[in-house]
Ligand binder design. Structure first.
Ligand code: ADP
Length: 499
């Protein structure tokens, strides 16, 4: 059987949107970078130019931080009530809904993800998330604590100040939302650096935020590269907090820059090598479908991808056969085309890295079941690829591939699979597939990861916390837990004297 290349060989569909915002957004205005430099953002379907985008570096970060500082210290922002902040987020959510299709098209064009996924799942999730945090804005309050002694003791929860935020390219708009939503709900101001591969949707969204009534300087968006703009933000002396999502290696750099500069507080959402464990009581067809989704969703470009598929030996052969059939049926092609499940990878760097990992897999003796090569001869499409007989010590079982490559491993005992699943530097997520309640309970308690999906995978909601154990990160995003990232705690002690 062979993959059809027809879908990717056709002329790319013309995106139903125009690029209107390519400058930096600083102090409420779109401006060129101080250096006047720009960089190209490319269409992953072809590698061709979408637009030239202003390239921010240290000087622009400085300007943006200055604007955010002023907006936090003196602007209308600190004088606004929590209810007013909440209403801005609600109006923003309405505007996101109004421009749903346009912003989804921009996301697909810049990132390569299927348009239906962007339009029906991701952009609506942004509106949901903004409403969730709008709800929190006026419900963040401190405590009065009964300390020992004649004192009235209050614990206040205050915004931290200027939050620096660095986001990746795999979910550009959602990562923008996960970062900006809680920061604004808690009353902070923001300087956000987008990923150099995908600058467009955050610029559009921030324009809408201002249309929703956000005062100037409260959210500043700088497009640019990591070692220049990103590092400048992480090491800036006037930034009070940095939130980062990206690779574990870069996360360590960010943490170090934060420590060396002003000890700004740091939250990190990093890589993963998530196990997806399928027990022998599972319905094999259902397990195949879910494991397929867990790995191949978003072209395999998810930090929480179920990238180690552990299958019980009793159903292993049947599972591998059916997984192969499913991968062969996966519809790969132009992400603007109806029915396409998988678009191109983000760029040539990731594309080549994935092909390198496929070679490591073959060279280390894993069994290449299907795929293994690029698809077509243009853009960054890769065949849905499966390896079976993968061993724990192989690089494809240990390192993040971030592409459409499924590694299937065999196990025969619950304790064995717990040990092997936990034998990873990462601890982001896990999937568990079983009908046995005791097995599920045992696994959910034993797995050292930030999220366990039982008989499901990649279920996200604004209210569900997300983040990693071990080298998958520090802190949690979404839910109540992310509020902590953006709040300072102040104790106020007053003597109580009898009049
Ligand atoms: P990837 O390898 O998938 O691109 P990265 O972790 O390098 O992942 O990138 C995630 C984000 O971190 C991007 O916005 C990128 O520009 C930024 N980044 C990369 N290097 C640095 C750095 N040295 N300091 C700060 N940010 C960085």
């Amino acid at each position: 059987q062979r993959f059809s290349t027809a879908a990717v060989a056709e002329e790319p569909i013309s995106p139903p949107v125009q690029v209107n915002y390519t400058q930096l957004l600083i102090d409420g205005k779109f401006v060129d970078s101080a250096s006047g430099k720009t960089f190209p953002t490319l269409d992953p379907r072809t590698g061709e130019l979408i637009a030239h985008v202003a390239e921010g570096d240290a000087e622009d970060i400085n300007r943006a931080v200055h604007a955010a500082r002023k907006a936090f210290d003196e602007g209308p922002w600190p004088k606004m009530t929590a209810y007013e902040r909440s209403r801005i987020l609600l109006r923003f959510a309405d505007l996101i809904e109004k421009h749903n299709d346009e912003i989804a098209a921009l996301e697909t064009w810049d990132n390569g993800k299927p348009y239906a996924q962007a339009a029906q799942i991701e952009v609506p999730m942004v509106a949901r998330l903004m409403r969730y945090y709008a709800g929190w804005a006026d419900k963040i309050h401190g405590l009065v604590v009964p300390a020992d002694g004649p004192h009235h003791v209050q614990v206040l929860h205050e915004p931290i100040g200027v939050a620096g935020q660095i986001i990746p390219w795999n979910f550009p708009l959602l990562m923008f939302a996960w970062k900006v939503g809680p920061a604004l709900a808690c009353g902070n101001t923001v300087v956000l650096k987008t990923a150099e591969q995908t600058p467009l949707s955050a610029l559009f969204a921030s324009k809408l935020l201002h249309e929703a009534g956000l005062p100037d300087g409260v959210v500043n968006v700088v497009s640019g590269f990591g070692p220049t703009a990103g590092a400048a933000l992480a090491s800036h002396m006037d930034v009070d907090k940095i939130a980062f999502t990206g690779s574990t290696d870069t996360g360590k750099v960010v943490l170090e820059l934060a420590a060396r500069s002003n000890l700004k507080s740091v939250t990190l959402e990093l890589g993963g090598k998530s196990p997806f464990i399928i027990m022998d009581d599972a319905d094999v067809d259902h397990a195949v479908e879910l494991a397929h989704f867990a790995l191949f969703f978003n072209q395999g470009q998810c930090c929480c991808a179920g990238s180690r598929t552990f299958v019980h030996e009793r159903i292993y052969d049947e599972f591998v056969e059916k997984a192969k059939a499913r991968a062969l049926k996966r519809v790969v092609g132009d992400p603007f085309k109806n029915g396409v499940e998988q678009g191109p990878q983000i760029d040539d760097e990731q594309f080549n890295k994935i092909l390198r990992y496929i070679k490591y897999g073959v060279d280390s003796g894993a069994n290449l079941v299907t795929g293994g090569d690029r698809l077509g001869d243009k853009g960054y499409y890769i065949q849905p690829t499966i390896f079976s007989d993968v061993q724990d010590n192989m690089r494809i079982a240990q390192e993040e591939i971030f592409g459409p490559v499924q590694s299937i491993l065999k196990f025969n005992d619950l304790n064995e699979v717990i040990k092997r699943a936990n034998a990873s530097q990462y601890g982001l997520a896990a999937g568990v597939f079983t009908n046995n309640l005791n097995t599920a309970n045992t696994l959910t308690r034993a797995l050292r990861v930030g999220t366990v999906w039982v008989n499901c995978f990649d279920v996200f909601d604004a209210a569900i916390p997300f983040g990693g154990y071990k080298q998958s990160g520090i802190g949690r995003e979404k839910g109540i837990d992310s509020l902590k990232n953006y709040l300072q705690v102040k104790a106020v002690v007053t003597p109580i004297k009898n009049a």
